[in-house]
Structures are given as structure tokens and as C-alpha cells.
Design a protein around this ligand. Structure first.
Ligand code: TYD
Length: 191
């Protein structure tokens, strides 16, 4: 149940001076940072992270459609076309300035990090989540400005995704095993 997950603080988080604020939320919750660095990603690296896998592109497009619906609007393009457009904008965006990459470890880390981050569209993110507290951007506003929705963070969606993404962003020697002082309270030997 001890999982690792990948978090990227995207250019909007870095440029708005929110690195510390964002990391604080994960640390306060009990998650352990076992990898951390600032990266100026190449387009090739970004393309490995946001792949052109058709199923993922369609799922992004479907999420766009839902978020338009939540605002009482209709997106007229099909999910795949929308997903491809969003990916192009994402690649431009994520390579335009440095980002911060983190590996966080802890019990159910993938789910807990997503809970702290909130859903993709900040307009649908509850107060108390990072996306809900620090922006009100929407996919529709992003589309109008020909950019991706600025939702501050990327966080792996599953344990398998985390394993793949950690390999994209970190070398094994950049990942460090250490013990938080509060781990003795949470995890007992042999249980
Ligand atoms: P996705 O993997 O679906 O969301 P998440 O980051 O919450 O796992 O989408 C990847 C990124 O694509 C998302 O963080 C921001 C961008 N995006 C848009 O710009 N517009 C959209 O309509 C959607 C769904 C995503």
C-alpha cells in the first residue's frame, strides 16, 4: 500500500510563486518527498509524458465536453480532435518555462495526492484543493485563449501511470530512500 506518485508543478505554479505553497500541502498531509528537481523540459521529454495514445487523447476530449456541459455550453468538435489540440497546447506550455518534478511516497499516495490536487477543471475543484484554492480557470477559457487549462499540477492517475512517469522524469540515483519521523506513528514493524 506504500505507493510512489509523480507530481509536476507546471509553469503557472512556478511563475506564480506557488512552489512552496503547493509542496507544503503534500508535506503537511504526511507524504514523503523522495525526489525533487527543477526541469526545463524538452519537447521530446514532454511528448513522452503527454503521449499521443489515442485512448488518452479521447479521454481528454471527453473531459473537455463534460466541463463545457457543466458550464451549460456545448463543445462542437469530437473528443479525439479536441484531445489532439489540447496535447499540442500542453506540449507548447509545459516546455515554455521550468517546472518542478516531485516523487511523493506514502500510503495510497496516488489517490491521496489526487484528492489534495482536485479535479482537472479548477472550476469544478472544491475549496481546500490546490486547484480549487489557487485558480478558477476552465477548459473553455483555455480553448478561447488557445492554451491548456492552467491547473497548476500534474499528478499521476494510477500506480501503473506513476511507475511509467517516474521513469520519464527521474533517474534511479535521483530517488532517495529515507524515513520521516512520523512514520513510526503510522506504520508499525511487521504489520
Ligand atoms: P488529464 O490527464 O485529463 O487531466 P489531469 O491533469 O487532471 O490528470 O489532462 C491533462 C491536462 O490536459 C490537464 O491537466 C490540462 C489539460 N486539459 C485541457 O487543457 N483542457 C481540457 O479540457 C482537459 C480535459 C485537459
Amino acid at each position: 500500500m506504500i505507493e510512489k506518485t509523480l507530481v509536476l508543478i507546471k509553469p503557472d505554479g512556478v511563475q506564480r510563486g506557488l512552489i512552496g505553497e503547493i509542496i507544503l500541502r503534500f508535506e503537511k498531509c504526511g507524504l514523503k518527498i523522495i525526489g525533487i528537481k527543477m526541469v526545463y523540459a524538452s519537447r521530446e521529454l514532454a511528448g513522452k509524458h503527454y503521449t499521443d495514445d489515442e485512448a488518452w487523447l479521447k479521454s481528454v476530449g471527453e473531459k473537455s465536453i463534460k466541463s463545457y456541459e457543466n458550464q451549460g455550453k456545448k463543445l462542437t468538435v469530437d473528443p479525439l480532435t479536441q484531445g489532439k489540440q489540447v496535447r499540442e497546447w500542453l506540449l507548447d506550455y509545459i516546455t515554455a518555462s521550468p517546472i518542478v518534478a516531485l516523487i511523493l511516497e506514502g500510503h495510497n499516495a496516488v489517490r491521496n495526492v489526487r484528492k489534495i490536487v482536485g479535479p482537472t477543471s479548477p472550476a469544478d475543484a472544491a475549496p481546500g484543493t490546490i486547484r480549487g484554492d489557487f485558480t478558477f480557470d476552465t477548459p473553455m477559457l483555455g480553448d478561447m485563449q488557445k492554451r491548456p487549462v492552467q491547473n497548476l499540477i500534474h499528478a499521476s492517475g494510477s500506480v501503473e501511470e506513476a511507475q511509467t512517469e517516474i521513469k520519464i522524469w527521474f533517474k534511479p540515483e535521483e530517488i532517495h530512500a529515507w524515513k520521516r519521523i512520523d512514520e513510526d506513528l503510522l506504520y508499525r514493524e511487521g504489520n
